[in-house]
Design a binder for this molecule. Structure first.
Ligand code: GLV
Ligand code: MN
Ligand code: MN
Length: 410
């Protein structure tokens, strides 16, 4: 059965487009790195919209924002939804913010229908989901779930040495509330960020699992020297070492195809001068696979590739695995609620595994959790051209609303 409460798709779309003006980039995307001034402006707008919808807003010590709509039974933990406001440097208008504003639309639609739920309904915005400015990703939902302690979360540094704690205080989002609280159920709506739903013509992805991830930071140190007089055989070129590892990482991903993903996405070359042999290179590695044992084999192969490059080029190596997020099975009852909501609304759907990390992956440690995916154009995300259709945006929010309502009954 579908609920009587209907999402206002046009209102949700308008809010998404209004929000996309904050940090807008020339190619139609957004740059809203965590805890920058534009992140603050987007947070401020979200808080204002929550208050206008009658919510009580609280901010916790990690800067996570919660907009709460009271239910009939204040003794029940909230049914929560949410995602993130921050973006990649060349991010799109939907990654993260769709799940936040879909949650706000759930509350606006409940208000319009005059529905009082048994459990309270909350919409959350989690700090620094992307892990782009501050590694690792999902750090604040991780603190919420007890995966990281508060001290660890607040002390994460960006490449300029600024910490999350300092930047939260600077933008006025170092809240008072303790991090973590009971949650009755959690649902996150998100664009798929991959090609499957679009290719198969499905409207809703019922997310059953999320794949595991391992993130590394590596510094190769060789020797800076003059690009002219230094003979090739005597060189200790750190960038050549990194190049070998980048190629090896790519091959390791291909060897474990079709499910593996392996990426070097960040490289810093020092001194980065065209006529000096690179003496030091810092780079990151991102490995993903839905099967933990395969992810461990990829870990072993990447470590071997780094050791080989270092030995052959006589480089010193500082290698650290900075993050391990194991594969996540979502809660069968919440997954079933998403599937039932898609079914009841007549939306085509299929089960799907998330390739990306999401705050839901950590919230799943402390609350029954599931996710709703909608297609995105060409499967493209982490790109300014990221796009989703108004019909799919509305469908995902309707499924989110109905799944939440099914869990909000006493
Ligand atoms: C978050 O966007 C991720 O890296 O999966
Ligand atoms: Mn996201
Ligand atoms: Mn993302």
């Amino acid at each position: 059965m579908t609920s009587e409460v209907r999402i206002d798709g046009a209102r949700l779309w308008d809010s998404l487009m209004e929000m996309a003006k904050i940090g807008a980039t020339p190619k139609g995307g957004v740059c809203r790195l965590a805890l920058t001034d534009v992140d603050k402006a987007a947070r401020d707008l979200f808080v204002r919209w929550c208050e206008e919808a009658g919510c009580t807003v609280t901010v916790d010590k990690m800067g996570n924002i919660f907009g709460r709509r009271e239910g009939r039974r204040s003794d029940l933990a909230p049914v929560m939804t949410g995602s993130h406001i921050d973006s990649q440097p060349t991010g799109g208008k939907f990654d993260g913010i769709y799940g936040v504003l879909a949650g706000l639309e759930v509350i606006r639609a409940l208000n319009d229908a005059g529905v009082v739920t048994d459990a309270p309904i909350e919409v959350s915005a989690w700090t620094n989901e992307e892990g782009s400015r501050f590694a690792p990703a999902m750090v604040s939902s991780g603190v919420f779930a007890g995966v990281f302690d508060l001290e660890y979360g607040l002390s994460r540094r960006d490449l300029d040495g600024k910490t999350i704690g300092e930047e939260l205080a600077r933008i006025g989002y170092a809240g008072q509330a303790e991090v973590g609280k009971p949650v009755r159920a959690f649902f996150e709506a998100h664009i798929e960020q991959g090609p499957i739903l679009e290719a198969e013509g499905e409207t809703i992805g019922v997310v059953t699992h999320a794949q595991g991830q391992r993130w590394y930071e590596c510094t190769f140190t060789g020797q800076e020297a003059h690009a002219g007089p230094t003979p090739m055989r005597t060189r200790r070129d750190a960038l050549v070492g990194a190049a070998r590892v980048i190629d090896a990482v790519h091959r390791i991903g291909l060897e474990h195809a079709p499910l593996a993903c392996a990426t070097v996405g960040l490289l810093q070359v020092r001194p980065n001068s065209r006529n000096t042999i690179p003496g030091e290179v810092f780079f990151t590695v991102d490995l993903r696979h839905p099967d933990d044992a395969t992810l461990s084999r990829m870990d072993r192969d990447v470590r071997a590739a780094i050791a080989r490059a270092a030995e052959e080029l006589r480089l010193e190596t500082a290698l650290e695995e900075i993050w391990y997020s194991p594969p996540v099975p979502f809660d069968p009852a919440c997954v079933a609620a998403v599937r039932a909501a898609a079914e009841a609304n007549g939306f085509s759907h299929r089960d799907i595994v998330s390739g990306a990390g999401h705050d839901a992956c950590y919230v799943a440690r402390v609350a029954p959790t599931a996710m709703v995916f909608i297609p995105c154009e060409g499967g493209i995300s982490h790109n300014e051209i990221e796009s989703a259709s108004p019909a799919h945006v509305a469908a995902g929010a309707q499924v989110l609303l109905d799944a939440m309502l099914s869990r909000a009954k006493a």
